[in-house]
Design a protein around this ligand. Structure first.
Ligand code: IPD
Length: 299
């Protein structure tokens, strides 16, 4: 119920702040020691703090919500891979932006999402480095909470005239952790087109104002929610990267489209596009926006 969700929001907000403390402590330790492991390849990084933060979050949630299921990035890597059911399920990325974390680039967050009946219904994203706490609850709005107060975030509903097309947007893109030849070539082509498509006539201004890579999927969604990014597009996301951010962006009035071929397609993992609806439509075309697309083919 809405009141259950409000209680879970207070609980997960406090938990995100506690996790944030551990992330800050971990940052000092990792920057001093440089102890970083690789998961699948040399750019897919993990640290002992990813695991420690996930253990803290999983144990704390497990004690208060013993009947809820849990999907987390590090538990998944360790082999705990529960199927998504209609049961309430927490979906957690303990440190989203691990590469930033190991480099001391302060776009790093804990991302706690809740899925119910296979739909993301609550999201809490906290960046302890910049004191940015974003929350979203289905039907109850999205907020940015900082030390000096809470601000409801809501995208303007009207079409802004300065953004009649993608060409004048500020677009969030990510390089991801799969840098194999064909992937990087395809992404590079797309990025080149967005940065200034020679065929569309760069001289006529057919290019995005610029491209940004924040290095954290969750914070990209939050930046869409806040209006700082006009569009966020990524291929290769996992459910824990997107779950909380989807609720925050949607509750701020954003629109999400994702590939329907991914395993947890109803929470838009794998391919994801987020932005105001007319911008997402502009990016991938009317007919394909609602049903979800293979974004690489379109952008
Ligand atoms: C990654 C970050 C990154 C995005 C990847 C994610 P991690 O999460 O969100 O920005 O490009 O798709 O997997 O590994 O830092 O938790």
């Amino acid at each position: 119920t809405p009141s259950d969700l409000r209680d879970i929001l207070s609980f997960t907000t406090a938990l995100a702040r506690a996790a944030g403390e551990l992330i800050l402590e971990g940052s000092d330790a990792i920057l001093a020691s440089g102890t970083v492991d690789e998961k699948k390849n040399s750019v897919d990084l993990v640290t002992e703090y990813d695991v420690r933060v996930e253990e803290l979050v999983k144990d704390t949630l497990g004690k208060s919500y013993p009947l809820f299921k849990f999907i987390g990035e590090e538990s998944y890597a360790a082999g705990s891979r529960p199927a998504l059911t209609d049961e309430p399920t927490f979906c957690v990325d303990p440190i989203d932006g691990t590469t930033n974390f190991v480099h001391g680039f302060p776009h790093v967050c804990i991302s706690i999402g809740l899925i119910y009946q296979k739909v993301p219904v609550l999201g809490v994203v906290y960046n302890p480095f910049l004191d940015q706490l974003y929350t979203g609850v289905k039907g109850q709005g999205a907020y940015l909470i900082r030390k000096n107060g809470a601000l409801r975030i809501q995208l303007p509903l009207a079409k802004p005239t300065h953004l009649a097309s993608l060409s004048k947007g500020l677009l969030g893109i990510e390089w991801g952790s799969d840098r194999s030849g064909p992937i990087i070539e395809a992404k590079g082509e797309s990025f080149k087109r967005l940065a200034g498509d020679p065929k569309a006539g760069v001289e006529k201004g057919q290019m995005a104002h610029s491209l940004r890579s924040l290095g954290s999927a969750a914070l990209n969604f939050c930046m869409v929610a806040q209006g700082g990014l006009d569009l966020y597009w990524e291929i290769g996301c996992w459910p824990w990267d997107v779950c909380a951010g989807i609720v925050i962006a949607q509750e701020a009035g954003g629109f999400i489209s994702g590939s329907k071929t991914s395993p947890l397609n109803n929470i838009a993992s794998d391919d994801v596009l987020a932005g105001r609806k007319h911008i997402v439509v502009r990016a991938i075309g009317d007919s394909e926006t609602e049903k979800g697309v293979d974004a690489q083919k379109r952008l």
